[in-house]
Ligand binder design. Structure first.
Ligand code: LLP
Length: 417
């Protein structure tokens, strides 16, 4: 593919140069259309049985994006009280929110219990803590537990959340102890969940993990739901024609696994999945401005205002993001290529968005568009080097460009003192 921005009509006829001039750079730009398409697709992973996709909001908690999930009819999962609060602010009713926290104190459980939000407990000690709290509050008896599936998958060891080397979930061997705690506090176990990891394009490990969780589920009686977790990948190498996650093939292979379980279990509990990245990654890009170009010992450095403070994934996981170059509002064709590094403004050698990559010739004043930045982009952005975080705009279905989060100001940063 020569240009994703053109192929997807990302800007819907708007001139990206005008958007950048109006809102400044670096700038997160989202496509309502692309995000809605992906949210719609995850909502249809299972059609034969009661099913909901929970958009995993840690990927992107912008209020307007949460509202897209609300209107697409998918539910959400949250990892923190902050995410729960954002969901309430976006208008989500409690029964469309699933809280899957890790190592939290009473305050966060209390918020969930007070708001009638179902919680999944990630360890026996959290289950104890939760049980004590339910005893004191006299509500919140229904809960879920997170099982460590024993297997994991993902693009980096840092994002594999199943298996022996992670902090997540309760090991299968400890299931009898789950029942001890449940019985001690009069809790009612209504669901189990898992998450094997993030960004896989081969569905096989996920299907294996589904089978495994359903095997374990047979030991839990009376479940109302079983949640298989997220992780569906997106093609980060799309300009090199990397294939999409094979959603149709995945669905076809998932169906008999579910059928076999339902036949055994006697009924179909609600099935859930928790996709984050798949919903939003491809619907977001970052526009950055080229401020300087230099040669250092034979290597070319394109100095932009997009660094590890704006998008930390390349520095943190060595992640690859495709880049398109925009000059005078037009995508520069992928010809006359030369090898460059693209860096930001941060005082670290690791502040590179692109390493040793062939890109069309870049000139000072050009815009760079960093693709697939809608997930774990702004959500992981920081104010490192005391740089305010960028603004976010959405290209709406009707082509209007809407500011959906203002740029942070220096006053915002000072106001904490
Ligand atoms: N459910 C749970 C319990 C999770 O921990 C996660 C992601 C998800 C769902 C959603 O996974 P997804 O569908 O987005 O793969 N910052 C990393 C990704 C970390 C994912 C953490 N957990 C990155 O930028 O690649």
């Amino acid at each position: 593919m020569n240009s994703y921005l053109q192929a997807s009509d990302f800007f819907k006829g708007n001139d990206p140069e005008k958007i950048a001039a109006k809102y400044g750079t670096p700038l997160y730009v989202y496509s309502e259309e692309v995000i809605r398409q992906h949210m719609e697709a995850v909502g249809k992973v299972i059609t034969k049985y009661d099913y909901t996709a929970n958009y995993s909001v840690k990927a992107n908690t912008n209020l307007e994006i949460l509202k897209l999930a609300l209107s697409e009819g998918i539910n959400c999962d949250a990892m923190s009280m902050g995410e729960l609060m954002m969901l309430k602010k976006a208008g989500f009713p409690s029964d469309r929110i699933f809280f899957v926290p890790n190592n939290v104190a009473d305050e966060e459980f209390e918020y969930a219990i007070d708001n009638d939000i179902i919680v999944s407990l990630d360890s026996l000690s959290q289950l104890e803590k939760y049980g004590q709290l339910v005893g004191r509050k006299g509500k919140g008896h229904e809960c879920a537990v997170r099982i460590n599936p024993g297997v994991g998958a993902g693009h980096s060891e840092k994002v594999i959340t199943g298996g022996k080397k992670t902090k997540f979930g309760i090991a299968e061997a400890d299931i009898p102890k789950i029942y001890e705690v449940i019985n001690k506090y009069g809790l009612k176990l209504i669901g189990i969940n898992q998450h094997i990891g993030s960004q896989f394009l081969d569905p096989q490990p996920y299907l294996d993990a589904v089978e495994n969780l359903l095997r374990i589920a047979r030991d839990f009686k009376g479940l109302k739901f079983i949640d298989f977790g997220g992780g569906y990948g997106i093609p980060y190498h799309k300009l090199d024609d990397e294939a999409n996650y094979p959603m149709e093939d995945f669905k076809t292979r998932l169906q008999p696994i579910l059928d076999a379980f339902v036949a055994d279990y006697g009924y179909a509990p609600m099935f859930k999945s928790e996709p984050g990245r798949f919903c939003v990654a491809e619907g977001g890009i970052i526009l950055g401005r080229v401020n300087a170009i230099k040669e250092n010992s034979g290597r070319t450095y394109v100095g932009t205002d997009v660094g590890m403070n704006t998008l930390i994934r390349p520095a943190m996981y060595d992640s690859y993001h495709d880049v398109e170059v925009i000059r005078e509002g037009k995508v520069v064709p992928r010809e006359d290529m030369s090898e460059v590094n693209i860096s930001g403004q941060i005082c670290e050698s690791g502040d590179l968005i692109v390493k040793d990559r062939m890109l069309p010739n870049i000139e000072e004043g050009d815009l760079v568009a960093i693709l697939d930045a809608g997930a774990y982009g702004y959500a992981m952005a920081s104010t490192y080097n005391t740089r305010p975080r960028p603004a976010e705009v959405m290209v709406c279905l009707d082509g209007n460009v809407k500011l959906i989060r203002r740029r942070e100001t220096y006053e915002d940063l000072m106001s904490l003192f």
